[in-house]
Design a binder for this molecule. Structure first.
Ligand code: DX5
Ligand code: ZN
Length: 226
């Protein structure tokens, strides 16, 4: 049984893109070699920021064939999770801290046809997922406190990646490990080495002087970490 996808995936976060040109930014991602588009949905309640919602995801879906990875930073995610799949999201992740009924919400995402993920804030232990293994397709580990792009990477997440990697090997049940926040050239290889399969990068891609070279640089660091 394969526990990891064949090669690591880069998911640039559209939160750092130019919102007046989202269609072009998606075309840039397709050309750059990035494999996934990360979409940060914030409600101003779970996190102190409001970003984008269902109509924008529907528009993104029409503009690209890249998988859309919708990271829901919202309270009561059961109310909207399946709607994001219907709007065109391929992966939908919900925060452990936002939902007392994770099992139910993950099942709703899968039933709607999406890949279901659980997100852990920096302060939330990996152990909170031991009784859910098999019920999610991926885990998204936050390496910053969610809410904003451009924050500093919290290195302690590396140990959480290692522990999750050990957990999936021990159980023999495959799931992806994704890491989000402050990811860049300095930590990409180390994260992949620790067991991460997918890295989100916002500022490191879209605020780079040369975004295309930034994607190429990150992908090559990630390949070196394998
Ligand atoms: C933070 C978001 C991240 C963010 C990443 O709440 O979940 O996806 O956009 O941006 P960078 O890579 O700039 O930290
Ligand atoms: Zn995110």
């Amino acid at each position: 049984m394969t526990l990891r996808p064949p090669s690591p995936l880069l998911a640039p976060s559209l939160l750092s893109a130019d919102f007046t040109r989202l269609g072009e930014e998606l075309r840039f991602l397709e050309d750059s070699g990035a494999q996934v588009a990360h979409v940060d949905v914030m409600d101003g309640r779970f996190v102190p920021n409001i970003t984008i919602g269902l109509p924008v995801v529907e528009a993104l879906r029409k503009a690209t064939a890249l998988p859309l990875d919708c990271h829901l930073m919202i309270v009561e995610p059961l109310r909207y999770a399946a709607d994001f799949v219907k709007a065109g999201a391929d992966w939908v992740s919900i925060h452990q801290e936002a939902d007392p009924h994770l099992h139910r919400t993950l099942a709703a995402i899968r039933q709607a046809g999406g890949k279901a993920g659980v997100v852990l804030n920096p302060a939330t232990p990996v152990d909170t997922l031991v009784d859910l293994v098999g019920d999610f397709d991926f885990v998204l580990l936050m390496s910053v406190n969610p809410g904003f792009g451009g924050q500093s990477f919290i290195p302690r997440v590396l140990d959480k990646v290692r522990r999750l990697n050990a957990l999936r090997a021990e159980r023999g049940i495959p799931f992806f490990i994704e890491v989000d926040g402050g990811v860049g050239m300095k930590n990409a290889a180390e994260l992949i080495r620790a067991g991460a399969d997918c890295l989100v990068a916002g500022n490191a891609v879209f605020k780079a002087e040369n975004p295309k070279a930034a994607v190429a640089g990150l992908l090559s660091e990630m390949a070196a970490g394998r």
